[in-house]
Design a binder for this molecule. Structure first.
Ligand code: GTP
Ligand code: MG
Length: 370
């Protein structure tokens, strides 16, 4: 098991406990990777140090901790430049071992890597990684790296190593974008063809681990993989939902979950996956009611939906009610019109949700035919 140390740099007004809480999500991601968090460190600073992200004192303290606690990977909960990561890693190296230094985006990308199955997801991750890392040599020191290269494979004398690296990177990114664009076009055709299969589509969205796939399985009768770890689903899956004696099924899609501070390069790369929700007739925003940070997570998802330009109706589905003590015994609770309280696990509330979805979509289709 790889051993991780988490570090958060926060402004001096933030409370220590709050900072530790903010690292919980990072710890969940580490668990998803099969690693173990051995220590958490917090540093109060007005701004991260431009060269080493943390101050010199903290770096010294980390050197000791890394040796004593046999740390393999240091994860910094923020955006850290390649240059900063390199300098930290160099400071933490000792004679025996090398330590990996990641920021939040690196960690998320690693998790994505372990779950990516389709060629599309793999391309999306590669594009996000290239955008995040930038030219590897960049920012590591002019004296060493800006020498002119010249020779085979370069644009002749005058092109520096960094310039050459940047050019190769841009070419690779352009190629991936072209491939993704092709895949998106094909996907849009598939989506428009789906309109003939049945009503909808209805897209399930929500924070990662909210229970989207469990609800998807409940609605469609499929058995897609669900897991308590984060980002289990990366590729979009589509299924048909039947209700009562209705002959035409409803098309339902399950897709990648959202997360706070999802790096923009990831949102950008996964746009083609997320177009499912743009093309939907109805979006179900699945919420984990047992989560302490529920309202914060709702706000994060709402913001991403706005950013994506989702303009169709969005219904809230509060999931995991079986975990709320006393909820099952409540005789009747009045909720908003388009708010549903369900347990995807036990099936509670799923019937009503199905009924409402069907009647909304049928009414929509009837309006279109008039
Ligand atoms: N108790 C309870 N657990 C649930 C319920 N719905 C889902 N879960 C659990 O919550 C965890 C996450 O469920 P998933 O369906 O994988 O969640 P997801 O939103 O698809 O997650 P990602 O694909 O990773 O973004 C799993 O361990 C499920 O068993 C529910 O209604 N009640
Ligand atoms: Mg899922």
């Amino acid at each position: 098991m790889r051993r991780y140390l988490l570090l958060e740099v926060i402004n001096p007004h933030t409370h220590y406990d709050e900072a530790l809480g903010q690292m919980d999500e990072l710890a969940d991601l580490v668990k998803t990777l099969g690693g173990v968090v051995v220590a958490r460190e917090v540093q109060h600073r007005v701004k991260p140090h431009p060269a080493t992200y943390m101050g010199a004192g903290k770096l010294e303290a980390l050197k000791l901790a890394v040796g004593q606690k046999r740390i393999d990977t240091l994860v910094l909960n923020g955006r850290v430049s390649s240059g900063q990561k390199y300098r930290i890693a160099r400071a933490l190296w000792n004679d025996k071992r090398r330590i990996a230094v990641w920021d939040r985006v690196d960690l998320i990308l690693k998790v994505f890597d372990t779950h990516a199955v389709s060629a599309e997801a793999k391309l999306q991750i590669e594009l996000a990684r290239l955008t995040h890392e930038g030219p590897k040599l960049y920012g590591l020191g002019k004296d060493l790296l800006s020498r002119q290269a010249g020779g085979i494979g370069t644009r002749g004398i005058g092109e520096t190593n960094i310039e050459r690296e940047k050019r190769i990177l841009q070419d690779r990114k352009a190629l991936i974008r072209r491939k993704l664009k092709k895949l998106t076009r094909r996907k849009e055709q598939v989506i428009s063809r789906r309109r003939h299969i049945g009503l909808g589509p209805v897209a399930l969205v929500g924070y990662t681990s909210a229970g989207k796939t469990t609800l998807f399985n409940r609605l469609t009768g499929k058995q897609k993989k669900t897991d308590l770890h984060l980002f289990t689903t990366l590729d979009t899956v589509v299924g048909k939902m039947k209700y009562g004696d209705q002959r035409v099924p409803v098309v339902v899609s399950d897709t990648i979950g959202f997360m706070q501070d999802l790096p923009p390069q990831l949102v950008e790369a996964f746009k083609s996956t997320l177009i499912e929700s743009l093309h939907a007739e109805l979006v179900l925003h699945v919420v984990d009611v047992a989560d302490e940070r529920m309202s914060h997570k709702i706000a994060v998802v709402d913001e991403i939906l706005t950013e994506l330009g989702v303009s169709v109706p969005v219904w809230r589905v509060y999931n995991k009610v079986d975990l709320l003590e006393g909820f099952l015994h409540e005789p009747e609770i009045v909720f908003g019109k388009h708010e549903f309280w369900v347990s995807a696990k036990t099936g509670r509330g799923a019937g009503k949700l199905k009924r409402e979805i069907c009647s909304m979509l049928k009414a929509g289709r009837a309006r279109m035919q008039v």
